[in-house]
Write a protein that binds this ligand. Structure first.
Ligand code: C2O
Ligand code: CU
Ligand code: CU
Length: 495
């Protein structure tokens, strides 16, 4: 949140108290919201003239990542100062096989503290990048853990409380792809036919430097950018052959939800989500992808003739101002005829359903973002309006204590809320039992292992998980990073 904005509003508000105080403030907040919507929420489509960049691949069992500042061309030939884990926006794609060790030498060359969180990994608490485990400016840390989980599309990003959102926004994020024998045996499209895609919306100052400065009203809606970057490039194009492709998609935005689809209306197959492969491909023609979530899809371009252009886009959806617009994000051009022998497998993997009867406890979490004036009475404190069970994040307080090996049901209750909350739990993969209210169903990507689940306004989502034998302190939070920074995060302790 922009501190100055808050102070300005506070002093104005006290000055105008005699003229009806809060009502006046509410009016001006509404006006500010309108200004914001007019100028920033609408996505500006580009010309799709620049090539898609595929991040370099680095073996996770001997990697070095250095958080650093550099310049990069994000929009056309314009140069922006960005952060990255290598020179430029984002970081390399780390790769490893299940059963191997990750050994990552991390250097912090920023002028502020940071750390790395391995989103989706089931690993010891001291390796998870808890907000309390910080690497100071100029410091370093060796992340070393064994990868004991299924093949899947995971990712990494910083987690220093109060700086997570701005550091992610400025470019600190990368893919971490895990493979295993089961997945390899499926012979899914690979090499140049397997493409990681991270979607991020950005705002820029007129000089094309990145602008991360959420106003109070934007902490509510989420900080939405007008320019959609795919792999760190605005409006890119990618040449494809007329055959099957595997797209590993990550929503690395701070707040924006995408409704993934293709401009020709073609269907595609969801084969995996946050925690790896589904049991069978799910045939869809659109898919909601919330911040933090991943979707692994197969798309068949074989019926398209050479020269065909097809866009990956986000369709409008039922989600307030977030869903109000359809926009194109990436252009595919079929530039060659090619026949492949791939055929869609009927089944992909085995997922053992965790039975509800094995749960020893159910915990309810009311997830809430107050309207601007509601949460702070007369004292005009704009911060800390996003809560879980009415609590704000306290780095030292343990909010929930669970037992390693125990199975629990957690309920994220947004039934009274009017904001979008993608809820994420560290250190564990869960299954979604059901969703009531709102959409009322599980979507295609929710039929496998998950670490982040979208709770739309009016929805109550029940999940089930078994805690691993990694004692220590982990966090769970809203992956709308403006909400997270505003306090929508709690600690849980595994004993
Ligand atoms: Cu990707 Cu705690 O987050
Ligand atoms: Cu995480
Ligand atoms: Cu939220």
């Amino acid at each position: 949140m922009e501190r100055r904005e808050f102070i300005r509003l506070s002093s104005l508000a006290s000055g105008f108290a005699a003229f009806g105080g809060m009502a006046w403030l509410l009016q001006s907040c509404k006006k500010m919201d309108m200004d914001m919507m007019g100028s920033y929420v609408n996505v500006i489509e580009g010309k799709f003239e620049w090539d898609l960049v595929i991040p370099p691949v680095v073996n996770a069992n001997s990697a070095s990542l250095t958080a650093q500042s550099a310049t990069s061309q994000l929009i056309n030939e314009k140069t922006s100062r960005v952060l990255g884990y290598h020179v430029g926006l984002l970081g390399p794609t780390l790769k490893a096989n299940s059963g191997e060790n990750a050994n990552i030498q991390f250097q912090n060359q920023l002028s502020e503290e940071t750390n790395i969180h391995w989103h989706g990994f089931v690993i010891p608490a001291n390796m998870d990048g808890h907000p309390a485990d910080i690497v100071g400016a100029g410091g370093s840390f060796n992340y070393n853990f064994s990868i004991q989980q299924r093949a899947g599309t995971y990712w990494y990003h910083p987690h220093p409380h109060g700086k997570t959102a701005s550091q992610v926004f400025k470019g600190l994020a990368g893919f971490f792809i895990v493979s295993d024998a089961e997945e390899t045996a499926l012979n899914l499209p690979s090499g140049e036919f397997e493409i990681p895609l991270v979607f991020q919306d950005k705002r820029f100052y007129p000089d094309f430097s990145l602008n991360y400065s959420p106003k109070p009203s934007e902490v509510m809606t989420g900080y939405l950018g007008q320019y959609i970057l795919v792999n760190g490039r605005y409006a890119p194009t990618h040449k494809v052959a007329s055959r099957w492709y595997r797209l590993r998609m990550l929503n690395g935005s701070t707040a924006r939800v995408y409704n993934i689809s293709f401009s020709n209306g073609n269907n595609f197959y969801v084969i995996g989500s946050d925690g790896g492969l589904l049991t069978a491909p799910e045939n869809v023609n659109s898919l909601l992808l919330a911040p933090g979530e991943r979707a692994d899809i197969l798309v068949n371009f074989s019926s398209l003739s050479v020269g065909t252009e097809v866009y990956l886009q986000s369709n409008s959806f039922n989600g307030g101002i977030q869903g109000s617009q359809s926009f194109k994000m990436l252009k595919f051009i079929v530039d060659r005829q090619e026949t492949d022998s791939f055929s869609l497998p009927g089944s992909l993997s085995v997922i053992n359903t965790i039975s509800e009867s094995s749960a020893t406890k159910t915990r309810n979490f009311e997830i809430k973002g107050e309207e601007m004036a509601a949460g702070h009475g007369g004292n005009m404190n704009m911060q800390g309006m996003h809560t879980i069970n009415n609590k704000l994040f306290d780095i030292n307080r343990i909010d929930e204590t669970v037992q390693a090996g125990n199975t629990e049901i957690w309920v994220f209750d947004n039934s009274m809320g009017d904001e979008i909350h993608p809820m994420h739990i560290h250190g564990v993969q869960f299954q979604i039992l059901d969703r009531t209210g709102g959409r009322g169903v599980k979507i295609a990507s929710e039929k496998g292992w998950k670490d982040t689940v979208l709770c739309m306004p009016g929805e109550k989502v029940r999940i089930i998980m078994t805690f691993p034998n990694y004692p220590g302190k982990f966090v769970f939070h809203c992956h709308n990073l403006e909400h997270e920074e505003d306090g929508m995060m709690l600690n849980f302790q595994i004993n």
